[in-house]
Design a protein. Structure first.
Length: 310
């Protein structure tokens, strides 16, 4: 089983689609508490707090990766390309974690560093999350209960894909604030304001899609939802080109290609990579999986479509 197969959810523009799975959280990856790492470059977005949040931000490790939860203060961390190599292309990176935690390294910092190495400015968005329990063991119990509730809902629903919807207004505000900050400091950061895109993983893919479908303040040049929801959506006329990735053995994949059909019918360019294996939560890649080449394909797609012109 692949890393982070704890996220029993599907993500679309309007929130999370929980799926049924005979599965106990953390059976593959035990959680270990850790001290919050130093984030000296993190810029507060000052978008407010989280209603009902009583706990402090805390961190844990799973599969060796640092994860953050109970985030109430959104930040943006720049990973700027070398000025001699920078091409002006800029990407907001949104990690995943079911809107309950964030995979900050695997789906955030590592991805941003890889983009910066290609001459692309990257900004990791640590967005606000739903409140979770203070103790790590209680957090695990909380997740297991949520999964059980989702299973019961799916069992009782006539809809094969029941769709509980979560309010993403906080997260959308965080994206909008990040986008505005990047534009306001475009000269300082060598940003081409007409060439800002967004890459999101799992829940971050859902947030990327929500931004595309709902926000009137963010004008993205391109989007890349990575192992996100594949459900049909209503595509606005000004939607950007899309690069989408998912693996066949991702437990969130059900053979639904509605998202692609939506972009196709809207006559907006898109590229889709369905990999034989990779599971869920693979970030830049896990050993010996066909999905490990998605980042190279993404760079090629950006190049061919003129998003990385010097």
């Amino acid at each position: 089983m692949q890393r982070k197969m704890k996220v029993i959810s599907r993500f679309m523009g309007f929130g999370v689609l929980w799926l049924v799975s005979a599965f106990t959280f953390a059976q593959d990856g035990k959680m270990y508490p850790m001290d919050a790492p130093e984030e000296p470059r993190a810029i507060p977005l000052n978008t407010g707090g989280v209603e009902g949040q009583k706990e402090e931000e805390s961190w844990f490790r799973q599969w060796g990766d640092p994860m953050a939860r109970n985030i109430t203060k959104a930040t943006l961390t720049p990973f700027l390309a070398d000025p001699e190599k920078a091409n002006g292309t800029t990407v907001i990176v949104a990690p995943g974690g079911g809107f309950m935690w964030l995979s900050m390294d695997n789906e955030g910092w590592q991805v941003a560093e890889a983009l910066a190495a290609q001459g692309i400015n990257a900004f990791v968005l640590k967005y606000r999350l739903q409140p979770t329990a203070a103790k790590l063991e209680d957090f695990e119990d909380q997740l297991n209960q949520r999964f059980a509730d989702a299973e019961n809902m799916a069992r009782e629903s006539e809809d094969p894909q029941p769709r509980p919807r979560w309010d993403l207004s906080n997260q959308l505000e965080d994206v909008e604030a990040a986008y505005a900050l990047i534009k306001s400091r475009a000269d300082e950061w060598n940003v081409d304001v007409d060439n800002i895109g967004m890459v999101g993983f799992s829940a971050g893919a859902g947030l990327t899609m929500a931004t595309t479908l709902q926000s009137e303040k963010v004008d993205l040049a391109f989007i890349a939802p990575i192992y996100g929801g594949m459900n049909r959506v209503d595509v606005p006329k000004n939607a950007p080109p899309m690069f989408a990735v998912i693996a066949v053995d991702d437990f969130l994949f059900t053979g639904d290609f509605g998202l692609l059909k939506s972009w196709y019918e809207a006559d907006i360019p898109f590229e889709f990579h369905l990999y034989q294996n990779g599971g869920h939560g693979f970030g830049l890649g896990n050993p010996d999986r066909t999905s490990n080449k998605w980042f190279d394909a993404f760079m090629h797609w950006l190049d061919v479509n003129g998003f990385v012109n010097p």
